[in-house]
Design a protein around this ligand. Sequence first.
Ligand code: ARG
Length: 416
Amino acid sequence: MNKLGPKQSSYDKILLMYSGGLDTSCMLKWLQETYNAQIYTFTADLGQEFADPSRFREIEEKAYNLGAVKHYTVDLKEIFVKEYIFPTIKANGLYQGIYPLSTAVGRPLIGIEAVKIAKKEGIEVVAHGCTGKGNDQIRLNTTIKAYAPEIEVLQPMIEWNMGRDEEIKYAQQRNIPIANQNKKYSTDENLFGRSAECDILEHPEIEPPEDSKEWSTRPEDAPDKPEYITINFEKGNPVGLNGENMDGVSLIRQVHKIGCKHGIGRIEHMEDRAIGLKSRETYEVPAALIIIKAHKDLEKYVCTKHENSFKSIVDQRWTELAYDGMWVDPLRDALEAFINEINKKVTGSVKVKLFKGNAQVVARESSYGIYDLNLATYETKSSFDQRLSYGFIPLFGLQSRMGFITKKKLEENEKE
Ligand code: ARG
């Protein structure tokens, strides 16, 4: 019979995906003690430290202090933006119409990079800090096992069965530094957003307290004057802000900053996890929300009604696949072939008004817009021949009228 969980009781080398937080710091020690292994550590830079770039040096130092034999910090910002965030924008990726996948699309990239490091160092076991209850474990494990079936993935959070209180005791006994601000929330950050869960946030009947937010201004404290920004798109990718061309990382950072100031993108969500649990999640995703909103508007402007209707079905399917951690599934390539075809004409600009927590598209321009002022105008000069309505409506409404008459007949018969 196949045993679930670790295959061996000791290992030579383990690569640990290390964030520097309490869980993975305890893990660094625990893996050495439990499996008698040499621990390599890896921290992915997905732009999570908006405020403090020196944080990565601290994480590295901490890893070595806790006994890591070699630490990797890998800057993945550019590839994250180009190959993960831009496709999310082109798919208008809002899970259940609300959550812009900020954590979800980062995980496969981290998994792929972990495989690269493991192969380079001849490591066959990878460990990460996910619990057995969330989505991130699915995203990491599925990607890693697809790229390297020979690699074993360990989840110490499942194995050690320590509660938060026991973890803190474990950390104190082994001189593992515990952050001075007693972190109540489990958070995840990258360029595209910040998520926070746990503690009081687990009570969906209570509004998320202000201390669960770190990035953005409360809408009620945001400036009393609206601010307008214009985002330029080329083939569905955001390429410029207020007329200035910009690389993706800088553009997202700029929009993030302006969005935070106006209290945009503070989301609370009763979410359906892939694993089947319903959970209360909260996010700060200013840049993601503003850019996706703008993209969706421009796309709608240049596409036909039929394209728009089908695109929303494809978008939803793509979004669920990404959320569920099936990044490697070939269905994604097929859906993206369609998404990219549609996005060939999503070139132009969108003006967004930001005001007290609200981002509203107020204008758009594109040379591919399927809008003709001559046809649409209510002025007398319009070239639209209104008399065509006399022929069009009887045909367009034919089946619905017939259906209505049949329904009435049925109701009469039921009365008798
Ligand atoms: N519910 C979100 C998702 O599945 C956020 C997960 C956040 N992860 C975390 N470790 N706090 O994408």
